[in-house]
Write a protein that binds this ligand. Structure first.
Ligand code: SF4
Length: 841
C-alpha cells in the first residue's frame, strides 16, 4: 500500500514562517512553533468549542486581517497571523475584563491562587482595573458536588472544560450548564452527584479555582510545593507529577504522556497519595516475641540477622526449595531485580512468584507478541477484549480505548462474561459464560454448524471471525473472573496467536508492576529478560555465580507446599495472601504452617499481623527506580519524600540479606541494579538510566537483534514452544448459577483502605443477578440470599442487574458484601453455586 503524505501547510506567525500539519488547529500549530496564545477553554485532548474567546488573534487569509479564535481555526496555506497586534491585545484585554465581571477576585483564599491561568493571564494580557462597579453575581460557595469535589460557581468562567471532560472523555455527563444568560451556571443535576471515577481530572483542568478536590483544599500554596515527574505504580504506569511540601505528598497531577495516559488519572490513583502518610504504615522492624506472641520493635540489624538465619537454617536443613518468596508486583524493577538475584542467584530457590493467584501463565505472557496501548488504539484496528470491566480495573486505558472507539474507527469485540462499561460502544459483544472462553474462541476460529455454541449464535461468531481477519488485531488479555480457571483464557490466547500471527497482546494484569516483575524473572521457571531457566541458567550462572537447578513453584503451589510443611521460610513482598489470594483457606493454612514468615511491607495488613519478622519498606513517592507497565514500557520513578520511621528501600533490604547470607549483590543504588539488568538482559538493554529520566514516554522494552560478535545470549521464550493448556468444558446444567468474582475500583484493598477519601467511597458488594433470575428466586425486600458452592457458603445481599446474563451471579472481590473466595476451590474450572432467598432457609 502506498501512503500518500499531505504536504505541510506553510504560514506566517508574527512575521516568522512556520509549517504545520494539514488540519492542525492554529493555536496548536503556534504552540508547536513556540508561540504561546493565551486561552482558557481550549484543551488539546478535547474538542474545541471557542467558548472563552481568549485565543483571539488577527488572521489574514487573503481577505484582510480579522480577529479569529485560534482554537477553532485550522491552519491554511499562506495564512498570516499576528498574535500580539494591537487589535489582538485589545480583544484579549476585553475578554479578560468581561470574564472578571462576576469573578470574586478571591485569589488570596483560593486554592488555585499562584497557579491560576486566569490570574496569570490577567496579569499578562488583562486590564489594570475594571470599569464594572455593580454588584457581582452571587452563589452559595462552595457546594459539594461529590464526596471528593467542591464547586464554587462564583469563580467559574464557563469554559466548558469540566463538562466536556465528563461527557466526551469519561462518558459520564454528570456535570453541565444550567440556566441561561448571566444566570448560566455549571452544576450537577438534582439527585445525581458528580460520582465519576475520573472526577479529579476536572479539578486539574479547570482554569480557575471553581473546582477543588477535598484531599488538597487549603493544604498548601503552589510556591510552597516542590514537584517531580514520576510514574504511578499502576498497571498502565500513568505518568504523574508528585507535589510535596514539608516531606508530605499533597497531591498528584496527571502528566500528558502521548504514549500512556494523555494527562488523565483515575480518582483512585490520583487521591491514593493519602496512603503514603497513613498511620497504618510500618515504621520500624518488628519481631514476634515467642513467649507473649506480641510484636516488638527491634533494630534493623536484629531483624535482618534473624531473617537471614531463618533462610539459612531452612536451606541447610531442608534445601533451597524450602524457601519461597511471594509478591513484589508493587516494587520498582530495580527492587524486583535485587530480590530475584538474591533468591535465584544466592539462596538458590526458584520458588518466586509476583502473581498472587490472579494472573495468567507467566511463560505465555512472556512469549506472546506484546502490544502497546497505541496498538490497541490505532485507527482502523480491532480490539478483542477478554477481561473484566476496564473502567473498574484499568482507568486510563479505559479512557484511551473509549476515545479510540468513538473517534478512530477502532472496532471492539467483547468476549466477557458480563456487560462492561464499553459494551455500548462495542461492535459485537459475545457473552462468554464462565468457563466457555476457550470454547467460544475455538468456535470463532473455525466454521461452526448449528444455531449456536455455548449460547452464542454461530452467525455472530462468524461475523467476528471475519472482522478480525480484516483489521489489525490487538487482544486485551486478562482474567475474566477469579472464579474461573485461567486455563480457558490462556488456551484462547494461544489459539488466537496461532490463527492470527500478526495479532498482538496486551496483558491486563491488575497488580501494578506484575508484567515488569515477570520481565525480570519474578516467576518460577523464568530469569530476567523473558527467558527460561532452561535456556538462560548458564548465562545467569556465569553472571551471578549460581542459578536454580530446577523450576520452582508458583503462588498456589507454594501455599500448598507450605500447608504440607514443605516450605519452612516464606517471604512476602508487599503481598497479603490472607486477603488477596483467591483461595482464602489455603492462604491461611499455608501461612500458619511455615516455620518463619517474613513480611516486607508498607502497611500493617492481615498477613503482616501473622508474620514472625516484619521489615518496613519504602513505597511510592519514597523510592527511586523504574516502573514497567503492561506494555513493557519502562518509565522513571522518582523519590519526593523520605520513608516513615526507619523504613528502607527493597533493594537495600535484599542487598543486606545477601551480605548476611555470605553473598554480595553488587548493588549499592537503584542505578546499579538497572545498569546490571540492562547489561545482562537484552530486553532491558535499550533503556539507559539517563534516557528513562529524560523521555516522558519512557522506553518500550524490546530486545534488539544480536550484534555481530556478541556472545551467544539466552533465547527468549517462543510461543511455538508452548502447548495450549486443556480447558475443561463443564456442561451447563441449567439448575445452578455460574459465579463471576470480579473487581470494583473502590474495594477493601490496602490502598483504598488506607486513604480516608477513597475508603469513604467503598460500598459493600452486592450479588448481582439477572432481573429474571432475581424475580424467579423470590428474593425478599432486604435482598438476602444464601449462596452455596461445593467449597462453602455465604450470605449476601442480592440485587437485580440487567448487565448480568441469565444463570450467572456476579460478586465483587474484597468488599464488605461477602467474600466470594469462600466459594472457590483450587483447581475447579468454574464455580457453580446454588442461590436461595434467605427467608426460605
Ligand atoms: Fe470551566 Fe472550571 Fe467553570 Fe468547569 S468549573 S466550566 S472547568 S471554569
Amino acid at each position: 500500500m502506498t501512503v500518500v503524505e499531505s504536504p505541510a501547510v506553510r504560514l506566517t506567525v508574527d512575521g516568522r514562517a512556520i509549517t504545520a500539519a494539514p488540519g492542525q488547529l492554529l493555536i496548536a500549530a503556534c504552540e508547536q512553533a513556540g508561540v504561546y496564545i493565551p486561552h482558557f477553554c481550549y484543551h488539546p485532548r478535547m474538542r474545541s468549542v471557542g467558548m472563552c474567546r481568549m485565543c483571539l488573534v488577527e488572521v489574514d487569509t487573503g481577505r484582510g486581517p480579522a480577529l479569529q479564535p485560534s482554537c477553532m481555526l485550522p491552519v491554511s496555506e499562506g495564512m498570516v497571523v499576528e498574535t500580539a497586534s494591537d487589535a489582538a491585545a485589545r480583544a484579549q484585554d476585553g475578554v479578560l475584563e468581561f470574564l472578571l465581571l462576576n469573578h470574586p477576585l478571591d485569589c488570596p483564599v483560593c486554592d488555585k491562587g499562584g497557579e491560576c491561568p486566569l490570574q496569570d493571564q490577567t496579569m499578562a494580557y488583562g486590564p489594570g482595573e475594571s470599569r464594572f462597579t455593580e454588584e457581582k453575581r452571587h452563589f452559595a460557595k462552595p457546594i459539594p458536588i461529590s464526596d471528593l469535589i467542591l464547586l464554587d460557581r462564583e469563580r467559574c468562567i464557563l469554559c466548558d472544560r469540566c463538562t466536556r471532560f465528563a461527557d466526551e472523555v469519561a462518558g459520564e455527563p454528570l456535570i453541565g450548564f444550567q440556566d441561561r444568560g448571566s444566570h448560566t451556571q455549571v452544576n450537577t443535576f438534582p439527585e445525581a452527584p458528580f460520582d465519576s471515577y475520573f472526577s479529579g481530572n476536572t479539578v486539574q483542568i479547570c482554569p480557575v479555582g471553581a473546582l477543588t478536590a477535598r484531599p488538597y483544599r487549603f493544604k498548601a500554596r503552589p510556591w510552597d510545593i516542590s514537584e517531580t515527574i514520576s510514574t504511578y505504580p499502576n498497571a498502565m504506569g500513568d505518568r504523574v507529577s508528585v507535589h510535596a511540601s514539608r516531606n508530605q505528598i499533597l497531591r498528584l497531577q496527571g502528566v500528558d504522556s502521548e504514549a500512556v495516559n494523555h494527562g488523565w488519572l483515575s480518582d483512585r490513583d490520583r487521591f491514593s497519595f493519602e496512603a503514603v502518610h497513613s498511620p497504618n504504615r510500618l515504621r520500624e522492624p518488628m519481631l514476634r516475641d515467642e513467649s507473649s506472641g506480641e510484636m516488638q520493635a527491634v533494630s534493623w540489624s536484629s531483624a535482618l540477622s534473624l531473617a537471614a538465619a531463618a533462610i539459612r537454617e531452612a536451606v541447610d536443613a531442608h534445601g533451597a526449595s524450602s524457601v519461597a518468596i511471594l509478591g513484589g508486583a508493587g516494587l520498582c524493577a530495580e527492587d524486583q531485580y535485587a530480590w530475584v538475584k538474591l533468591v535465584k542467584g544466592i539462596v538458590g530457590t526458584d520458588n518466586v512468584d509476583a502473581r498472587m493467584g490472579d494472573g495468567l501463565w507467566a511463560d505465555l505472557l512472556c512469549a506472546l507478541p506484546r502490544a502497546s496501548v497505541a496498538d490497541a488504539c490505532h485507527p482502523g484496528g480491532a480490539v478483542l477484549l477478554i477481561s473484566g470491566d476496564l473502567r473498574e480495573e484499568f482507568g486510563t486505558l479505559y479512557l484511551r480505548l473509549r476515545h479510540a472507539l468513538l473517534n478512530d474507527d477502532v472496532a471492539l469485540v467483547e468476549l466477557t462474561p458480563l456487560e462492561t462499561s464499553l459494551s455500548s460502544l462495542a461492535s459485537v459483544s459475545l457473552r462468554a459464560r464462565p468457563g466457555d472462553t476457550a470454547l467460544l474462541t475455538e468456535a470463532m476460529l473455525s466454521p461452526q454448524r448449528g444455531e449456536s455454541v455455548a449460547g452464542v449464535p454461530t452467525k455472530a461468531l462468524a461475523a467476528v471471525a471475519s472482522m478480525l481477519k480484516r483489521r489489525p488485531l490487538t487482544v486485551l488479555l486478562g482474567r475474566t473472573s477469579l472464579a474461573e480457571s485461567p486455563a480457558a483464557v490462556e488456551r484462547a490466547a494461544i489459539l488466537l496467536a496461532r490463527k492470527f500471527p500478526q495479532a498482538r497482546f496486551l496483558p491486563l494484569l491488575r497488580r501494578g508492576g506484575t508484567v515488569g516483575a515477570l520481565d525480570v524473572g519474578m516467576a518460577p521457571g523464568l530469569l530476567p529478560g523473558r527467558v527460561t531457566l532452561a535456556s538462560a541458567s548458564d548465562w545467569y550462572r556465569s553472571a551471578w555465580g549460581a542459578a536454580p537447578e530446577a523450576r520452582g513453584l508458583g503462588t498456589e503451589e507454594v501455599l500448598q507446599a507450605a500447608a504440607a510443611g514443605k516450605i519452612k521460610t516464606l517471604v512476602l513482598l508487599g503481598a497479603d495472601p490472607v486477603v488477596d489470594f483467591p483461595y482464602s483457606r489455603l492462604a491461611s493454612e499455608g501461612l500458619s504452617a511455615v516455620s518463619t514468615l517474613i513480611s516486607v511491607d508498607l502497611f500493617n495488613t492481615a498477613s503482616v499481623r501473622r508474620a514472625d519478622i516484619v521489615l518496613p519498606a519504602a513505597g511510592f513517592g519514597e523510592r527511586e527506580g523504574t516502573h514497567v507497565n503492561v506494555e513493557g514500557r519502562a518509565t522513571a520513578v522518582t523519590a519526593q519524600v523520605t520513608p516513615p520511621g526507619v523504613a528502607r528501600r527493597d533493594w537495600q533490604i535484599a542487598a543486606e540479606l545477601a551480605r548476611l547470607l555470605g553473598g554480595d549483590l553488587g548493588i549499592s543504588s537503584p542505578r546499579d541494579a538497572w545498569e546490571e539488568l540492562a547489561r545482562l538482559s537484552p530486553l532491558h538493554s535499550g533503556a539507559s538510566w539517563e534516557a528513562l529520566r529524560t523521555d516522558l514516554d519512557g522506553v518500550l522494552l524490546q530486545a534488539p537483534p544480536p550484534a555481530d560478535g556478541e556472545p551467544l545470549r539466552p533465547e527468549a521464550l517462543r510461543l511455538a514452544d508452548l502447548e495450549p493448556p486443556e480447558a475443561a468444558v463443564v456442561p451447563f446444567d441449567g439448575y445452578s448459577f455460574r459465579l463471576v468474582a470480579d473487581r470494583t475500583v473502590y474495594d477493601g484493598g490496602t490502598v483504598v483502605g488506607n486513604c480516608p477519601s477513597l475508603a469513604a467511597k467503598a460500598r459493600p458488594g452486592r450479588l448481582r443477578l439477572n432481573v429474571a433470575d432475581y424475580e424467579r428466586l423470590g428474593v425478599g425486600g432486604d435482598g438476602a440470599v444464601v449462596v452455596t458452592s461445593s467449597a462453602g457458603s455465604l450470605v449476601a445481599t442480592a440485587k437485580p442487574d440487567d448487565r448480568v446474563p441469565p444463570a450467572v451471579a456476579a460478586l465483587a472481590q474484597n468488599t464488605a458484601g461477602g467474600d466470594p473466595r469462600l466459594l472457590l476451590s483450587p483447581g475447579d474450572a468454574v464455580c457453580e453455586v446454588r442461590i436461595e432467598a434467605a427467608s426460605l432457609t
